[in-house]
Write a protein of this length. Structure first.
Length: 250
């Protein structure tokens, strides 16, 4: 419990729920408190609370908070399970690792069932992106996350596909997210080809690698506009994209 000392006419503000509490007067051991809150926010004296009533339903009509809570719990359990299985494999406990992974799969299935229930998602600025990544699993998972975040995503598995995509599509992406280490045509080669094509001027290119930008023959800024180290933090990535789109639109 947070305990605060306030004088008469001083306030306590709860900005996330748009609510302000003001101390109106104090007489003996009784304080008069004024509460300014949204109409949909229930405000009751403690002795009137009915424990059988779900007062927060109106604040979260889609059940999104509950869904997010369930998904995060399942995700945390799955993450811990993967870590345990990895450790078990390191010490030769193959049978135990197999059992642990079965448990993880059950948690993943549970996440899929919860996630299939529609919920309100945060709207972000519209954006088109070309994701260039040779690893099929990383490509699929990251593209899925970006699409759920409101980003229109095209994919390419190497630099050759990326160059061909840009050459054959009139609707250019605003951003190219380019992995560096790929077969056929690596990231630096593809970046230079894009930068040397006048029709692609204005496209933002972000490099992606487990190594720092200094490990590659590219200039930042210049050849690439930014750099993301692997393993990627999808939330940070989406946040950076949103900021870039908002800045470009201003």
């Amino acid at each position: 419990m947070l305990v605060l000392s306030r004088r008469v006419q001083e306030t306590i503000v709860l900005p996330t729920i748009d609510t302000t509490l003001e101390i109106l007067s104090v007489k003996g051991n009784v304080a008069r408190v004024g509460i300014q809150a949204p109409k949909k926010l229930p405000v009751l004296r403690g002795e009137l609370i009915d424990p059988t009533v779900q007062y927060n339903d109106d604040l979260d009509p889609s059940g999104q908070r509950k869904q997010v809570h369930q998904l995060r719990n399942a995700l945390n359990l799955a993450s811990m399970g993967i870590g345990l299985a990895d450790r078990q494999l390191d010490i030769g406990q193959n049978r135990e690792a197999r059992a642990t992974l079965k448990t993880v799969l059950r948690e993943v299935n549970a996440m899929c069932q919860v996630a299939s229930t529609p919920a309100t998602v945060e709207k972000r600025p519209a954006c088109r992106m070309l994701l260039v990544e040779d690893d099929a699993n990383e490509r699929r998972l990251l593209a899925g996350f970006l699409r759920l975040s409101g980003i229109e995503v095209a994919i390419a598995k190497d630099g050759v596909e990326a160059i061909n995509y840009l050459a054959s599509n009139k609707d250019k992406p605003q951003i190219v997210l380019m992995d560096m280490l790929m077969p056929n045509c690596d990231g630096p080669t593809a970046v230079r080809a894009i930068r040397n094509t006048p029709e692609h001027a204005g496209i933002k290119i972000y490099g992606v690698s487990g190594a720092p930008a200094e490990s590659f023959p590219l200039k930042t800024p210049g050849d690439v506009d930014g750099w993301f180290r692997k393993p990627l933090d999808p939330e940070r990535l989406v946040g950076e994209i949103a900021r870039m789109v908002e800045t470009s639109a201003a």
